[in-house]
Write a protein that binds this ligand. Structure first.
Ligand SMILES: Cc1ncc(C[n+]2csc(CCOP(=O)(O)OP(=O)(O)O)c2C)c(N)n1
Ligand code: SF4
Length: 306
């Protein structure tokens, strides 16, 4: 097992995602990738399905990635990662090398929860040795903020607009972690770049296991969620502290909370900080608080701060 990251001194200085990419100002996806690559290191191959990451970091003929990177279609990141893994395994047999190359597939929530779920499920079920990372900005952002099955209840998107007959998104977020875990994979975890050491250590653990690992990273998006570009890291913290985004890992089927929340912040703080929830009335917020309370009980989070 790799040693844990605890302080800045433990981190490599090298940046494997070059500055000058075209992610929006304040985007936490760039922060997430930097943290993940610090934990993974240079000996890594990345596959990215189409989405903000792909369009913003690989504007032809340039690339912000200082490691091997390949773009794939929306639906097949996990399949291509599987193919790379088998290709590498064959080459290794020839070279008799025991050096392991990390294979990471990145997909947005649209590319993971919806369009890439078949390829992902297949790769998890086959037991491929790779890490799938879903960066979840809770909508199809790159094409103009359309709802996905990761969009939370009542959020406004361009395809779930609030109005007289609608509160916005009319369903709850799909429980993608439960789906991944149901495949019996050795490692799955939630994360958020607002808790960088938690995210980086989970990346290491995911890479260390034999077989498939799934990381589900909440990445606040100032453009689609409509908050100030300085607020992404704070927004991620609020998601965790309200209990909406519990940070946990599931190792061989056993769940463990990795960041305790002894006193939960009221959900109102998180919702009112984002334009996508601006239309909500007090009774709508109360309903979402009830949902958060139920989720918090499931994960053993603390009581609500009054
Ligand atoms: C099969 C297919 N359908 C639609 C598209 C158009 N498309 C490209 S990126 C994108 C949105 C991606 O959303 P998500 O995976 O959530 O990533 P994000 O843009 O939020 O980073 C869409 C709909 C496509 N490239 N391929
Ligand atoms: S739309 Fe959101 S996720 Fe996409 S680059 Fe902009 S801030 Fe980042």
């Amino acid at each position: 097992m790799s040693t844990a990251f605890r302080t800045l001194k433990d981190l490599p200085k090298e940046e494997l995602l070059a500055p000058g990419h075209r992610l929006c100002a304040g985007c936490t996806v760039g922060t997430t990738i930097r943290q993940i690559l610090k934990a993974a290191g240079k000996n890594t191959v990345v596959v990215s399905s189409t989405g903000c990451v792909e369009v913003a970091t690989t504007y032809f003929p340039q690339s912000a990635w200082r490691i091997p990177w390949t773009h794939v279609a929306f639906e097949n990141a996990a399949s291509v990662a599987s193919g790379i893994q088998h290709g590498m395994a064959a080459l290794y047999r020839k070279k008799k090398s025991d050096e392991k190359v990390n294979i990471i597939a990145f997909g947005g929530d649209g590319g993971t929860f919806d369009i890439g779920i078949q390829a992902l499920s297949g790769a998890l079920e086959r037991g491929e040795d790779f890490v799938y990372i879903c960066y979840d900005n809770e909508a199809y952002m790159n094409t103009g903020v359309q709802r996905s099955s990761a969009t939370p209840y009542a959020a406004a998107t361009t395809t779930s607009p609030p109005g007289k007959l609608s509160k916005g998104q009319n369903r709850d977020k799909k429980d993608m972690m439960a789906i991944a875990v149901a495949h019996g994979i050795p490692y799955a975890a939630t994360a958020c770049p607002s808790y960088p050491y938690d995210l980086m250590n989970k990346t290491r653990r995911a890479l260390d296991v034999e077989g498939p690992a799934f990381l589900h990273v909440l990445t606040p998006c100032p453009t689609g969620w409509r908050f100030d570009i300085s607020g992404g890291i704070e927004m991620g913290k609020l998601a965790v502290l309200t209990g909406l985004w519990p940070l946990y890992e599931v190792v061989d089927g056993k769940m463990k909370l990795t960041v305790q929340v002894p006193r939960r912040e009221p959900i109102k703080k998180y919702l009112q900080a984002q334009g996508r929830f601006r239309h909500l009335k007090p009774e709508d917020i109360a309903k979402i608080q009830e949902k958060a309370d139920a989720a918090a009980a499931k994960f053993g989070l603390g009581p609500l701060r009054q």
